[in-house]
Design a protein around this ligand. Structure first.
Ligand code: UDP
Length: 434
């Protein structure tokens, strides 16, 4: 029988270190989600341990965020950055290290919430060795991702199998939008339990700075029309579409238009290729004088950039949820986003911003020009955006909903012990029995 412990949960995010610097290489929404959910659950009385892979020998093994919330970095493969497509073969070591950690600490987690398919596999393995309730959040679905990229990686088959087995066998999958839930049902499996709990944002961090104040702080002319992108440099983010859309804007000739493209690593890191490619397109289109690349943004300047912008553009080819639009909306900045995935859930067209088909350069140009040429409407969209976020998307309500789900799943599991089997075919090759 499953032992009910106090309110204790392990969040496992193999490649999304919650204590990492956000915005560079692959560190983005997953890292923010895990850290915010972890810290907020801790504030609501949970004992939260967040497990990730150590990817730098200099990193601390344990980062204590709050007295009852910490990040624990486990060794799995070399202590260096590795692309997530190459991590699967190191997962048995991650499972082993997790089990050793439990032994050392004298705890056995009854509840794990896993993030991204690599951690789903870890959770399913753990579930074979100890009584466990497992929840999972995909953050990205292979079935969708592989439709939007030209070079499908060798790991694709494995990933699709793990994502299917996860939905069908674990206790509950958490979808972050009704759109993601629908995709799971149509593209992954009809079986398995799904609950929809959206992502959140920090209502205190964003929305407390006026546009004028933010522009003074950042040295941006109050008369400028500022179009903002925030996020990782990844071709799927569609930054190229935004740059080409801005190049076609009718406001370009009036001299006030500014494009700010925030995010990205220090030189030499893996996202540099896309950063250079985008820089090349900016130059080729003659936009150098109106474009700035402030680099990775952090808590000290991110709220200022959102507040300084007239509009935030999220031109992703696909987005399961998208934290950036919520942050912009919390900052009273309307959002123009691709009409895909979770963006259709957060952005209400004509009410909090506009939606445009992905890759539709002219569509983005029209949307940008519409909002920038009508300041009163722009402000109204921004106010409604803030209201929408206040009502539906605080981390407190996300954590409270998750906490209730955890508690009810633990209670059910105590009554009926769950069984889970990971099909042998989806074990890393070196672990398969011949
Ligand atoms: N982010 C940041 N600094 C940057 C770029 C991005 O802090 O320079 C954060 C951004 O504020 C958001 C997250 O990274 O919280 C990106 O999440 P989103 O869901 O929009 O995209 P993902 O990275 O998951 O694809």
């Amino acid at each position: 029988m499953l032992l009910t412990q106090e309110k204790r949960v392990a969040l496992i995010s193999v490649c999304g270190d919650p204590a990492a610097e956000i915005g560079q290489e692959e560190a983005g929404g997953e890292n923010v989600y895990v850290r915010q959910v972890g810290q907020t659950l801790a504030q609501q009385g949970w004992q939260v341990d967040m497990f990730t892979r150590r990817n730098d020998p200099e990193q601390a093994a344990i980062v204590q965020h709050l007295p009852n919330c910490r990040t624990i970095r486990l060794s799995a493969g070399p202590a260096t950055y590795m692309h997530r497509d190459h991590l699967f073969e190191h997962l048995p070591e991650f499972v082993d290290q997790f089990q050793r950690f439990q032994q050392r600490e004298g705890v056995q987690y009854s509840l794990v919430h896993t993030h991204y398919w690599l951690a789903a596999w870890v959770g399913m393995q753990l579930k074979q060795a100890q009584p466990l309730v497992q929840l999972h959040t995909y953050h990205s679905l292979g079935a969708i991702k592989y439709n939007t990229v030209s070079d499908v990686p060798a790991i694709a088959t494995q990933r699709l199998e793990v994502e299917k087995a996860c939905l069908e066998t674990i206790n509950c999958v958490v979808a972050t939008s009704p759109q993601e839930q629908e995709h799971m049902r149509t593209l992954v499996s009809k079986k398995g339990r799904i609950e929809v709990i959206p992502c959140g944002t920090d209502l205190d961090k964003f929305g407390n700075i006026s546009q004028l104040e933010a522009r003074q702080q950042l040295g941006i002319d109050p008369k400028s029309k500022v179009v903002l992108y925030v996020g990782r440099f990844d071709p799927r983010k569609g930054i190229e579409t935004l740059v080409r859309a801005v190049a076609k804007s009718s406001l370009r000739d009036q001299g006030d238009l500014r494009l700010v493209i925030g995010g990205g690593s220090r030189p030499g890191q893996s996202d540099g290729k896309e950063r250079d490619r985008i820089g090349g397109i900016v130059s080729e289109l003659g936009l150098d004088s109106i474009t700035t690349f402030p680099g990775r943004l952090d808590d000290s300047n991110l709220p200022f950039y959102y507040a300084a912008a007239d509009v935030c553009v999220v031109p992703s080819h696909y987005e399961p949820f998208g934290l950036v639009p919520l942050e912009a909306m919390a900052s009273r900045t309307p959002v123009i986003a691709s009409n895909v995935g979770g963006l259709k859930f957060t952005v209400v067209p004509e009410v909090t911003g506009l939606l445009v088909p992905p890759k539709d350069e002219l569509g983005f140009t029209t949307a940008i020009d519409r909002i920038l040429s009508d300041p009163a409407w722009r402000n109204q969209l921004g106010e409604t955006a803030r209201q929408r976020v206040e009502i539906a998307f605080s981390w407190q309500s996300v954590a409270a909903n998750l906490g209730q789900l955890y508690t009810s799943l633990l209670a059910q599991a105590t009554a009926i012990p769950a069984k889970s089997v990971v099909p042998a075919a989806i074990a890393p090759k070196k672990d398969r029995v011949a």
